[in-house]
Design a protein around this ligand. Structure first.
Ligand code: SAM
Length: 275
């Protein structure tokens, strides 16, 4: 009997992946957590039926959420990750020698637990001495933080369920408060095919708070539409002013200094969302 995992990305379109077996499935206090072993993508974490990360394509998202902001800021010593319980972003952050401490706040400890168990190549760095992994609401952590972080990355689920507050203008204002006077942040902001209104709204809100706002993209085959966006808000530094030739070498499979710049070159229909 063949088993397939299907994610309906809209009411009338989705993706389907052949599943070898289910490794774990439970309703946590916050969301439905499924860990699936798939033929095409290796082990796959889904939350509330949405693909979060897979062993085969995870590097794209985790490298692009981490290295673009960390190479834009000249001295990213104190870093915060909101969400990120699968451990992929913190693994990439720890490749930067300038980072002295990275705090990760994920609301659901079960995501951390089962990512460590079934996604060891992704979740393997959460016990690093520079890592401070906490279970809690990122919205509350931001509300309680002031003038602490150089870089903040919002690696949350879609704006539903526990993450609904993480795409509000109030949250971005809180991020500005939690950042130092030359800090910057990046948030994953979904795809322009099915979530164009979200991208436009976040861009508008961030522009009203941060002097520098920029959108960049990456290709993530297991995410809705495959074209993913990231919104950056920065108090001082501009991502396009980074001299790619001066960037220190780090081991990557997707990010390159050239792509750091190319990722900000947007298709016309995406540019039009930002007007
Ligand atoms: N890369 C994925 C994406 O773009 O959809 C996100 C992966 S990561 C596993 C998403 C994490 O956000 C989940 O572990 C979830 O528990 C966490 N999360 C959702 N709402 C949160 C909140 N309010 N505070 C902290 N973490 C939250």
């Amino acid at each position: 009997m063949e088993l397939w995992y299907t994610e309906k990305q809209t009411d009338s379109f989705g993706i389907t992946a052949k599943v070898k077996r289910s490794l774990h499935s439970e309703q946590t206090d916050f969301q439905k957590l499924d860990m699936l072993e798939t033929e095409e993508w290796g082990n796959m974490l889904t939350l509330d039926g949405m693909v979060m990360t897979t062993e085969r394509d995870e590097f794209v998202y985790h490298e692009m959420v981490a290295h673009v902001p960390l190479f834009t800021h000249p001295n990213p010593e104190n870093v915060l990750i909101v969400g990120g319980g699968d451990g992929g972003v913190i693994r990439e952050v720890l490749k930067h020698d300038k980072v002295k401490k990275v705090v990760l706040v994920d609301i659901d400890g079960k995501v951390i637990e089962y990512s460590k168990k079934f996604l060891p190549a992704i979740a393997g760095m959460m016990d690093d001495p520079r890592a401070d992994v906490r279970v809690g609401d990122g919205f509350m952590h931001i509300a309680e933080s002031e003038n602490i972080y150089d870089v903040i990355m919002v690696d949350s689920t879609e704006p539903v369920g526990p993450a609904v507050n993480l795409f509000s203008k109030g949250f971005y204002a809180g991020i500005a408060k939690a950042l130092k006077e030359d800090g910057l942040f990046v948030a994953q902001t979904d795809n322009p095919w099915f979530k164009s209104d979200l991208i436009a709204q976040v861009n508008k809100d961030v522009k009203e708070i941060f002097p520098v706002t920029a959108l960049y993209t990456a290709n993530i085959p297991t995410y809705p539409s495959g074209l993913w966006t990231f919104t950056m808000g920065s108090k001082v530094y501009h991502p396009k002013e980074v001299d790619a030739s001066l960037l220190p070498h780090i081991e990557t499979k997707y990010y390159t200094p050239e792509l750091h710049h190319a990722a900000f070159v947007l298709p016309k229909f995406v540019q039009d969302l930002l007007k």
